[in-house]
Design a protein around this ligand. Structure first.
Ligand code: NAI
Ligand code: MG
Length: 503
C-alpha cells in the first residue's frame, strides 16, 4: 500500500491536472492506493488537447485476485453490520461526494472531454444523489413471514450475494458506477470495480473518498483493459455476481462467462432510442426536448440518446429547421470552459467509429447531412477530438445509421403519417432501452407508451436515469434493472427461507 492517503495539492482539489497526476499508476484495494503488480501503465489523455494527463495502472489477473480476496474477507464483517448502519455510511459518503462535486466534475471533464457546465457538473451531482437514495434503503432489506402451518414458523430473509464484480464504461462512468456500487454495498456485498480504460480517474477518486468512511476492502477499484482485467474479474471464483454496462458485444462475452460459473449477471447495453413527435406537441418545448433527448451536450455518447427522431409530416420541415438552428447556437469548445456547451468525443477510436457512420450517411443517395455548430478555433484545441453534430434526413429504414448505435452526435430524422406505422418502425429495432413521445393527446400517447418495446418510455420529457425509477432495457438493450429499490433487492440479494418446526 502506498503512503498516500489523500492525493492532494488541496482537498478538495480544484486543479484537475494536478489531481490527475496524483492519481497515476495505482489501483485502490483494501482501503489504500496500491501500485499495479506488473508495473505497467497506460496513458490517460485529455481528449480536448491530445495531451497525456496521467498514467493508469494496467491491471491484470494478479491484481484482480488480490482485490477479490480482500473484498471477500471484508464481506464477512460488512454483512454483519446492521443494514441501516451500512446505509448510513453510504449516506455519509453521499455528503462527502457533494463536498467534492466541483473537483469530481473537473476531473471527469478533463478525462472524458464532457463539458463542465452542461454535463460534468450535472453527473457529479447525480452521483451524490444516487448514493444518498440507496443510503436510505437499508431498512428495506427485510423478509416476509409465510403462513405455512400452525406449528411451523416460516420466514424469508434477504442475504447479500458476496463479492460483486462491476464493469463500467466511459460515457458517464461516475453515475453508472454509483448505480452498481450503492445498492451492492447497502445490501451487504463488497465490490470490485473495473473502470473503463478511457476514464479511470474520477471513479478512482470517488473510491478513495468513500473509503474514508467505509471499512477497508468493501469498495475496491482496478483500472485496466477489458480482456486482461475485466475478464479475470468475471471469471474469479469468489466473484458471485457481475454487473456490467457497455456494448452488446462485450455484454454477451460477460454473460457467457457468468453462465459458466452460474452466477447472476445484470447487463445495460445501450440502445437506439426513438423519439416520436406529433404535430399537436408543444413545438418549442419539443425542439428543446429533442436537443436534450439526443444528449448533444454529451456528444450523443449516451445509451438513451434519441438517435431516431420521427416527426409527424405537417411539422417535419419546420421541426428539422428549428432543431438545426438550435444546435447551431450550441458552442463547441474546451470542456473546462464555462462557455462550452459541447465538448469532445472520448477517444480516437470512438471518433473514427462516428466518422465512419457520418461518411456512410453522407454517401447514401437521397440523404442530406445537416452539419451543425462550428469547430472550435482555439489553436490549443487543434488536436482535440471534436466533431460537429449532424442531423440526417432522407435515410431509409434499413440504413446502418438508423439501425445501429452510433454513440456520437448524430441523429436521423424521418417524417411519419400514421401512428401505427411509426410504432412499427420504432419497434423494428434490435434495441429496447428507452423511447419518448411528444404530444398533447395523452390518449394516443399512453396507448403507444404501452405498446413501445422499451424499458423506459417518457411522454413530453426525456430525462436521463433517475434514482428511484427502474432503469434497464429489453431485447439487446440488456437484462435486469438498476436505480430502484427492486433493483437492489432483486439483483444484489438472494432470498433465504428459514423454517422452524415448533412441534
Ligand atoms: P465495451 O463494452 O467494450 O467496454 C465497456 C467495459 O467493458 C470497459 O470497462 C471495458 O474495459 C470492459 N471490457 C471489454 N472487454 C471485456 C471483456 N472481454 N471482459 C470483461 N470486460 C470487458 O465498450 P467500448 O469498447 O468502450 O465502446 C464500444 C461501443 O459500445 C460504443 O461505441 C457504444 O456503442 C457502446 N457503449 C455503450 C454504453 C452504454 O452505456 N450502454 C457505454 C459505452 C459504450
Ligand atoms: Mg470494446
Amino acid at each position: 500500500m502506498l503512503d498516500r492517503p489523500h492525493p492532494t495539492p488541496a482537498d478538495p482539489c480544484l486543479d484537475p491536472f494536478a489531481l490527475a497526476k496524483a492519481l497515476s499508476g495505482v489501483h485502490f484495494i483494501g482501503g489504500g492506493y496500491v501500485p499495479g503488480r506488473n508495473g505497467q501503465s497506460f496513458a490517460v489523455v485529455n481528449p480536448a488537447t491530445g495531451i497525456e494527463v496521467a498514467r493508469a495502472a494496467e491491471g491484470d489477473a494478479a491484481d484482480v485476485d488480490v482485490a477479490v480476496q480482500v473484498a471477500s474477507r471484508a464481506q464477512k464483517d460488512w454483512a454483519k453490520v446492521p443494514a441501516r448502519k451500512r446505509g448510513a455510511m453510504v449516506h455519509a459518503c453521499a455528503a462527502l461526494l457533494k463536498e467534492h462535486q466541483e473537483e469530481l466534475a473537473r476531473l471527469i471533464a478533463l478525462e472524458t472531454g464532457k463539458a463542465l457546465r452542461t454535463e460534468s457538473r450535472v453527473e457529479a451531482g447525480v452521483v451524490a444523489d444516487v448514493f444518498e437514495f440507496f443510503g436510505g434503503l437499508g431498512s428495506e432489506l427485510k423478509g416476509e413471514s409465510v403462513p405455512f402451518a400452525p406449528n411451523v414458523l416460516s420466514v424469508t430473509v434477504r442475504e447479500p450475494l458476496g463479492v460483486v464484480g462491476a464493469i463500467i464504461p466511459w460515457n458517464v462512468p461516475m453515475l453508472l458506477m454509483a448505480l452498481k456500487v450503492a445498492p451492492a454495498l447497502v445490501a451487504g456485498n463488497t465490490v470490485v470495480v473495473k473502470s473503463a480504460e478511457e476514464a479511470p480517474l474520477a471513479v478512482l477518486r470517488i473510491c478513495e473518498l468513500m473509503n474514508r468512511i467505509l471499512p477497508p476492502g468493501c469498495f475496491n477499484m482496478l483500472s485496466g483493459f477489458g480482456p486482461e482485467c475485466g475478464a479475470p474479474l468475471v471469471d474469479h471464483p469468489k466473484v458471485r455476481k457481475v454487473t456490467f454496462t457497455g456494448s452488446v458485444e462485450t455484454g454477451k462475452i460477460v454473460a457467457r462467462a457468468a453462465a459458466n460459473k452460474l452466477i447472476p449477471v445484470t447487463l445495460e447495453l445501450g440502445g437506439k432510442s426513438p423519439m416520436i413527435v406529433f404535430a399537436d406537441c408543444d413545438f418549442d418545448k419539443t425542439v428543446s426536448g429533442a436537443l436534450t433527448s439526443m444528449r448533444f451536450t454529451r456528444q450523443g455518447q449516451s445509451c438513451t440518446a434519441a438517435s431516431r427522431i420521427y416527426v409527424e409530416r405537417p411539422i417535419f420541415d419546420r421541426f428539422v429547421s428549428a432543431m438545426k438552428d438550435a444546435v447551431n447556437r450550441m458552442v463547441m469548445g474546451d470542456p473546462l470552459d464555462e462557455k462550452t456547451d459541447i465538448g469532445t468525443i472520448v477517444s480516437e477510436g470512438q471518433l473514427e467509429k462516428v466518422r465512419g457512420f457520418i461518411e456512410e450517411g453522407t454517401r447514401t443517395a437521397g440523404a442530406t447531412a445537416h452539419v451543425c455548430s462550428a469547430m472550435p478555433t482555439d489553436p490549443a484545441l487543434r488536436k482535440g477530438l471534436f466533431i460537429q453534430p449532424v442531423i440526417f434526413t432522407g435515410l431509409g429504414a434499413d440504413s446502418r445509421l438508423v439501425r445501429e448505435e452510433i454513440f456520437g452526435p448524430v441523429t436521423v430524422m424521418a417524417p411519419f403519417d400514421d401512428p401505427e406505422a411509426v410504432l412499427a418502425e420504432a419497434n423494428d429495432s434490435e434495441y429496447g432501452l428507452a423511447a419518448s413521445l411528444w404530444t398533447n393527446n395523452l390518449k394516443v400517447g399512453l396507448d403507444l407508451a404501452h405498446r413501445l418495446e422499451a424499458g423506459l418510455v417518457q411522454i413530453n420529457q426525456n430525462l436521463v436515469v433517475q434514482a428511484n425509477l427502474s432503469y434497464g432495457g429489453v431485447k439487446s438493450s440488456g437484462l435486469g434493472k438498476e436505480a430502484s429499490l427492486e433493483a437492489m433487492l432483486e439483483h444484489f440479494t438472494h432470498k433465504k427461507t428459514i423454517m422452524v418446526n415448533m412441534g
